[in-house]
Design a protein around this ligand. Sequence first.
Ligand code: BES
Ligand code: ZN
Ligand code: MN
Length: 507
Amino acid sequence: MSTPPGYQSPTVSVAAALPKRSVASSVLIVPVVSVGDDDPTATVVAGSFLPDAAVREIEAALKALGAKGGSEQLTRLVVPSLPVGSVLAVGLGKSRDEWPAETIRRAAGAAARSLSGVESVLTTLSALDLEAAIEGLILGSYRFSEFRSTKTAPKDAGLRRITALTPDTKSATKDAAARAEAIATAVATARDFVNTPPSHLFPAEFAKRAKALGDAAGLEVEVLDDKVLTKDGYGGIVGVGKGSSRPPRLVRLVHRGGKGRKPTTVALVGKGITFDTGGISIKPAANMHHMTSDMGGAAAVIATVVLAARQKLPIDVIATVPMAENMPSGTAQRPGDVLTQYGGTTVEVLNTDAEGRLILADAIVRACEDKPQYLIETSTLTGAQIVALGSRTPGVMGSDEFRDRVADISQSVGENGWAMPLPEELKDDLKSTVADLANVSGSRFAGMLVAGTYLREFVADGVAWVHIDVAAPAYNSGGPWGYTPKGGTGVPTRTMFAVLEDIAANG
Ligand code: BES
Ligand code: ZN
Ligand code: MN
């Protein structure tokens, strides 16, 4: 394997004790909890890694500064007796016996986000949850500065080294640390794609970068260009892409990890609209630039299949990723046009801004030709997702059992997907007067579920499937929080990878 292009994560190591020699440039991140009800004080947790005198010094300093250990409260201290340049205390809130992984991940993320000009951190957060601490530190330290000139570029290289303190450093612990590092790196890869502007990331370039990542991870890679897509009948991808001077692509990335003659196969499909103007049904100007995130599903799917290979999951994972730019022009499709999806279903395009489902339907039909047992599709599909669930909660639809399994797993990794129904009656709203289906319903209601209903038409019988709508969760347009920066978030990469691991372990 050669070095993949793009994001390079910090090196992660585990250690049972603080170093003997002092490193003045490093920062030690120490969790503290809030103890006492009336006038709480910040108390160091996992203090056994520090000399008692240092613990007392930290607690006295926090008290003097009025820090109370509240959730994600950050206090930077100088503690000369410790072998580090400074200490960063991070609050976890009220003390508990067991720590939810997400609490540790967010605290680590908030701590990492607050540090600039720091290349090396040590932490005892890892004594509470090693993997969550490492994930949080890497995700929180993520930065994207490719498009900054020396006028505004950061002067330092960002976080380069993480030392996680943990009571045992046996090989299982090292594997866990490596797994956390790999997962966080995959999320960063997805974020990089989302953060790359549409001027620089268009279908051919996106396909090229996906191929480079796939090649480096030892995947089988296939890229279909617009000529092949036209010849083979991918009417949805071609129809959406034809308004742009930058033609569409379909990328296939295959990880063959499955054992035996009939391995478990999971299909991944992700929406790769490199920019969505709406097409002839053009969007209003306000916030249209957010549509640089309309390939967030594709980004997460590519990152996930690469991660599956890197972690050697013992199943087959096949990503099918349609990429197009939705533009208005003299060659663009019109409202009222009829196209033929891959596989033969005809569709009346009543609204060219409902383009995601058109490229996804082609990709889903193609993905089902591989006879997967499971299909996971994810996309920034509808504004209605944001209306229904807000900016941080993905909507999870699909076959009942698998949908609930995916939503549960999404909750457990902190991406917080929520199960939503696909009521049977919505299908009637997609009737067309001229074709098999219309691409939008005549009603304003349940837009997220109508989109899911449209996609369901294209999933082969017997395939357990989910559609994860991440319209808002893929892209943080508000302020940074926890381990989530502004811009691309990488959601739902961690959900999909955890589902793949669960399928690999339990079928
Ligand atoms: N890419 C948008 C959905 C979207 C909206 C993503 C806001 C992120 C933030 C999608 O292609 C779209 O335009 N959907 C339409 C569908 C409608 C025409 C049925 C929408 O949600 O308005
Ligand atoms: Zn779109
Ligand atoms: Mn659209």
